[in-house]
Design a protein around this ligand. Sequence first.
Ligand code: SAM
Length: 217
Amino acid sequence: MRLRNITGSREMIAANEYVIHDETACKGRWAEVFGNDRPIRLEIGTGKGRFLTELAAANPDVDYLGIEKYSSVLLRAVQKMEEPALPNLRFIRMDAEYICDVFAKGEIDRIYLNFSDPWPKDRHAKRRLPSRQFLERYAQILKEDGLVEFKTDNTDLFDFALEELKESAFELVSCTRDLHKDPLLMQGNVMTEYEEKFSSRGNPICKYVIRLKKAAP
Ligand code: SAM
């Protein structure tokens, strides 16, 4: 999602109280930042923030962080926070490539990837958020029993994501190619902006949940 550049969005994000500005200084200290020991869940590529805003309102016992690369997009997410502000939701404007500089080993309980950019050219495969390169980064920051949840309507990206798993430290927990017709996986589903748009056009939504493989005893 690349919204038209909004003049002053970078400055507005830099001054916003719901955006963490010194994220690398928080590495290993996120419990202190939130002021509690609750699980911390990340959405990478949070877009306009609807998914996390709904989750954070429904689950005050969990802390949420939304990571988004572009100020003009993130601005929409933080504007949602003003009505009313949620103490358990914060945002970071950064490229997720650097998440290992921001989170310590085991600091994250769950990672959500929702309708990630497909980067269709082969030479850009490593930029795809479910690529083996990103899975390697997720493995470094997740708790041992942490999960990654990935949703998309793009079947090529989903096929790619399933192939990448074979090259990773993760294993499949559950998988569907038609989430909205899967009563079990639909339990507690929170729609994202893209999910609403594509499912209303009749596109089936694919989803997987993965976890780290257990080390051999
Ligand atoms: N998750 C939202 C949804 O489902 O409605 C937005 C989906 S949009 C297609 C993908 C978003 O991911 C864009 O806002 C894009 O800027 C962001 N994004 C892509 N790659 C990223 C990266 N490496 N780090 C942070 N954000 C990224």
